[in-house]
Write a protein that binds this ligand. Sequence first.
Ligand code: FAD
Length: 307
Amino acid sequence: PYEVLVVGGGPAGAAAAIYSARKGIRTALVAERFGGQVMDTVGIENFISVPYTEGPKLVASLEQHVKEYDIDVITEQSAAKLATNGLVEIELESGATLRSKSVILATGARWREMNVPGEQEYRGKGVAYCPHCDGPLFKGKRVAVIGGGNSGIEAAIDLAGIVEHVTVLEFSDTLRADEVLQRKARSLPNVKIIRNAATTQVRGDGNKVVGLTYTDRASGESADVDVAGIFVQIGLIPNTDWLKDSDVNLTRFGEIEIDARGATSVPGVFAAGDVTTVPFKQIVISMGAGATASLAAFDHLIRTSAP
Ligand code: FAD
């Protein structure tokens, strides 16, 4: 068996695998796609100490760093099941089973999409999912935020300090965000909130976003909003469907519950990054969390393994 098996090859998984391999213990990393969400990212300006990089370039460096070590990297394989039986067993969709004394879950998350025409075409060309990442790109411009939950209203407040104007579009007739956030948003002169608005289309000029179209669900009428950016804030879905039948505790949102050391409810099973209850989801945070989970797994191993 392995001593540490990392599931996931994004920033959290890569950091966890490197930290484990540097302890000289048998380490493997299994992932559907090396690089995770970073592979889908265009410009990255908040990876501290690197003023500007691009997703595929950062992934290439991650991969190169992982390859410096003796790590069994298994890609294009999906974990389908987790069971414990003295060891932790990860069953893959291919039917194979990997066994390890400890496991680090780093399967990440994905943004819920609107599924309207233009969204895919203008992804990274005005359609954005992360205000912390892309907010500054729209300095002085008009933007829209889709979603009136906590993340949507937080995004609107955050963006209002950077951009010229923010229009929030909420599908239902009420905002789901905490009252304190709603009050703050309503107090800002450059934030407008539209309820009952079903976004139907992202409009672009062939190169970049120029606006969106929505249907007013009360009147049935269609309207346009001219914006340079559209921040989609309708949910971040953790990749944990495959863990639903395991003993790993998940929150009602499907996030893996971890403690400050990255430990889950199952001894020997740790987790890191966007798939967990970590409060903020960023590359630099995921890497730190991967390192934490890896060091905690090592600590677990030296306390539980026979000398
Ligand atoms: P992920 O990157 O999601 O990686 C998950 C890994 O697990 C992948 O390798 C995946 O293939 C694998 N996996 C999933 N399910 C399974 C399974 N069942 N079996 C095996 N493998 C599995 N953050 C920033 O800090 N700055 C930015 O500028 C920035 N821009 C972004 C732009 C976009 C468009 C997106 C989508 C995200 C952006 N982020 C940015 C967020 C950042 O990408 C994430 O916080 C970070 O990638 C999370 O790392 P992770 O390792 O936890 O998960």
